[in-house]
Write a protein that binds this ligand. Structure first.
Ligand SMILES: [Zn+2]
Ligand SMILES: [Zn+2]
Length: 170
Protein backbone atom coordinates (compact mmCIF):
# COMPACT_ATOMS: atom_id res chain seq x y z
CA UNK A 1 0.00 0.00 0.00
CA UNK A 2 1.40 3.40 -0.85
CA UNK A 3 0.72 6.39 1.32
CA UNK A 4 -1.70 8.91 -0.14
CA UNK A 5 -1.67 11.47 2.64
CA UNK A 6 0.78 13.83 4.31
CA UNK A 7 2.90 11.67 6.59
CA UNK A 8 4.24 12.34 10.02
CA UNK A 9 7.97 12.83 10.30
CA UNK A 10 10.21 9.78 10.43
CA UNK A 11 7.48 7.32 9.60
CA UNK A 12 7.64 7.28 5.84
CA UNK A 13 5.80 4.02 5.28
CA UNK A 14 2.55 4.46 7.19
CA UNK A 15 -0.70 3.63 5.46
CA UNK A 16 -4.43 3.55 5.94
CA UNK A 17 -7.24 1.67 4.28
CA UNK A 18 -11.00 1.99 4.57
CA UNK A 19 -11.01 0.35 8.01
CA UNK A 20 -7.39 0.00 9.16
CA UNK A 21 -4.48 2.34 9.80
CA UNK A 22 -0.92 2.37 11.09
CA UNK A 23 0.55 4.11 14.11
CA UNK A 24 4.29 4.69 14.19
CA UNK A 25 6.69 6.05 16.80
CA UNK A 26 8.73 9.19 16.14
CA UNK A 27 11.84 7.28 14.95
CA UNK A 28 9.92 4.65 12.99
CA UNK A 29 11.25 1.59 14.85
CA UNK A 30 7.83 0.61 16.21
CA UNK A 31 4.77 0.34 13.98
CA UNK A 32 1.30 -0.92 14.83
CA UNK A 33 -1.83 -1.43 12.80
CA UNK A 34 -5.32 -1.27 14.20
CA UNK A 35 -8.96 -1.00 13.07
CA UNK A 36 -10.47 2.47 12.61
CA UNK A 37 -14.01 1.27 13.26
CA UNK A 38 -15.94 -1.23 15.36
CA UNK A 39 -15.87 -3.83 16.69
CA UNK A 40 -12.09 -3.56 17.17
CA UNK A 41 -12.17 0.18 17.89
CA UNK A 42 -13.91 0.78 21.22
CA UNK A 43 -13.73 4.54 21.52
CA UNK A 44 -11.78 7.77 21.32
CA UNK A 45 -11.29 10.34 24.07
CA UNK A 46 -9.17 13.15 25.41
CA UNK A 47 -7.86 12.84 28.96
CA UNK A 48 -6.67 15.79 31.04
CA UNK A 49 -5.62 13.81 34.13
CA UNK A 50 -2.31 14.59 35.79
CA UNK A 51 -0.76 11.30 34.56
CA UNK A 52 -1.67 12.15 30.97
CA UNK A 53 -0.10 15.56 31.32
CA UNK A 54 3.13 13.94 32.52
CA UNK A 55 3.31 11.08 30.05
CA UNK A 56 2.62 13.29 27.04
CA UNK A 57 4.91 16.06 28.31
CA UNK A 58 1.97 18.20 27.21
CA UNK A 59 -1.42 19.26 28.62
CA UNK A 60 -3.60 16.25 27.72
CA UNK A 61 -3.60 12.90 25.94
CA UNK A 62 -5.72 11.92 22.95
CA UNK A 63 -6.53 8.25 23.01
CA UNK A 64 -8.07 5.46 20.98
CA UNK A 65 -9.03 2.25 22.76
CA UNK A 66 -8.46 -0.92 20.73
CA UNK A 67 -9.50 -4.52 21.41
CA UNK A 68 -6.22 -6.46 21.63
CA UNK A 69 -7.54 -9.14 19.29
CA UNK A 70 -7.44 -6.54 16.51
CA UNK A 71 -4.11 -4.91 17.35
CA UNK A 72 -1.10 -5.97 15.29
CA UNK A 73 2.57 -5.18 15.80
CA UNK A 74 4.00 -4.69 12.32
CA UNK A 75 7.53 -4.20 13.62
CA UNK A 76 9.49 -3.23 16.69
CA UNK A 77 7.55 -5.16 19.35
CA UNK A 78 10.90 -6.27 20.81
CA UNK A 79 11.98 -2.61 20.88
CA UNK A 80 9.15 -1.67 23.26
CA UNK A 81 10.08 -0.92 26.85
CA UNK A 82 7.60 -0.82 29.68
CA UNK A 83 6.99 1.24 32.77
CA UNK A 84 4.22 0.26 35.16
CA UNK A 85 2.86 1.68 38.40
CA UNK A 86 -0.41 1.80 40.29
CA UNK A 87 -0.22 4.54 42.90
CA UNK A 88 -1.75 7.33 40.76
CA UNK A 89 -4.20 5.10 38.86
CA UNK A 90 -7.90 5.65 39.58
CA UNK A 91 -8.65 1.94 39.90
CA UNK A 92 -5.66 1.35 42.19
CA UNK A 93 -4.53 -1.31 39.72
CA UNK A 94 -1.39 -1.30 37.62
CA UNK A 95 -1.23 0.62 34.36
CA UNK A 96 1.61 -0.43 32.04
CA UNK A 97 3.04 2.00 29.49
CA UNK A 98 4.68 0.66 26.32
CA UNK A 99 7.10 3.04 24.69
CA UNK A 100 9.74 2.88 21.97
CA UNK A 101 13.12 2.04 23.50
CA UNK A 102 14.86 4.21 20.91
CA UNK A 103 12.87 7.46 20.70
CA UNK A 104 10.65 7.18 23.77
CA UNK A 105 7.29 7.64 22.03
CA UNK A 106 4.51 6.21 24.18
CA UNK A 107 2.63 3.82 21.88
CA UNK A 108 -0.04 2.45 24.21
CA UNK A 109 -1.09 1.81 27.78
CA UNK A 110 -2.65 -1.33 29.22
CA UNK A 111 -4.61 -1.25 32.47
CA UNK A 112 -4.87 -4.31 34.72
CA UNK A 113 -8.42 -3.20 35.54
CA UNK A 114 -9.37 -3.27 31.89
CA UNK A 115 -8.02 -6.53 30.44
CA UNK A 116 -8.07 -7.18 26.71
CA UNK A 117 -7.67 -3.56 25.63
CA UNK A 118 -4.84 -1.25 24.70
CA UNK A 119 -5.09 2.52 24.69
CA UNK A 120 -3.17 3.92 21.74
CA UNK A 121 -2.19 7.56 21.13
CA UNK A 122 -4.07 9.29 18.32
CA UNK A 123 -1.03 11.48 17.70
CA UNK A 124 1.01 8.45 16.58
CA UNK A 125 -1.48 7.57 13.82
CA UNK A 126 0.27 8.22 10.52
CA UNK A 127 -2.73 9.35 8.50
CA UNK A 128 -3.38 12.76 10.09
CA UNK A 129 -6.70 13.04 8.23
CA UNK A 130 -8.05 10.34 10.56
CA UNK A 131 -7.39 12.64 13.55
CA UNK A 132 -10.07 14.90 12.07
CA UNK A 133 -12.56 12.21 11.11
CA UNK A 134 -12.91 8.65 12.37
CA UNK A 135 -10.48 9.10 15.26
CA UNK A 136 -11.72 12.51 16.38
CA UNK A 137 -12.17 12.19 20.16
CA UNK A 138 -15.81 11.85 21.27
CA UNK A 139 -15.44 12.92 24.88
CA UNK A 140 -13.17 14.66 27.35
CA UNK A 141 -12.46 13.25 30.79
CA UNK A 142 -10.79 14.66 33.91
CA UNK A 143 -11.86 18.13 32.84
CA UNK A 144 -11.24 19.19 36.45
CA UNK A 145 -7.55 18.88 35.57
CA UNK A 146 -7.82 20.71 32.25
CA UNK A 147 -5.60 23.77 31.91
CA UNK A 148 -7.75 26.84 32.38
CA UNK A 149 -6.80 28.37 29.02
CA UNK A 150 -8.36 25.44 27.16
CA UNK A 151 -12.11 25.43 26.57
CA UNK A 152 -14.38 22.39 26.25
CA UNK A 153 -14.37 21.19 22.66
CA UNK A 154 -17.66 21.63 20.81
CA UNK A 155 -19.57 18.39 20.52
CA UNK A 156 -17.43 16.41 22.96
CA UNK A 157 -19.14 14.98 26.04
CA UNK A 158 -17.61 16.36 29.22
CA UNK A 159 -16.69 14.38 32.34
CA UNK A 160 -15.15 15.99 35.41
CA UNK A 161 -13.54 12.69 36.39
CA UNK A 162 -13.33 9.27 34.82
CA UNK A 163 -15.74 8.69 31.96
CA UNK A 164 -15.54 4.91 32.10
CA UNK A 165 -16.85 2.84 34.96
CA UNK A 166 -14.96 -0.15 36.44
CA UNK A 167 -11.93 0.79 34.46
CA UNK A 168 -8.66 2.30 35.42
CA UNK A 169 -7.60 5.83 34.64
CA UNK A 170 -6.67 5.77 30.99
ZN1 LIG B 1 10.88 5.09 18.08
ZN1 LIG C 1 -5.46 10.43 31.75
Amino acid sequence: MSPSFPLASGASDGWSTENEATATCFCGAVQLSFPTEGPGLKGTFVCHCSDCRKITASMFASNVTIDNRYLRHIRGQDNLKTFAQSHTIGSGQTMTNYFCGTCGTLMYRVGAAYPGYSVLRIGTVDDFELHETKLRPRLEQYTKRRVRWLKPVDGMRQFRGMAFRSQSKL
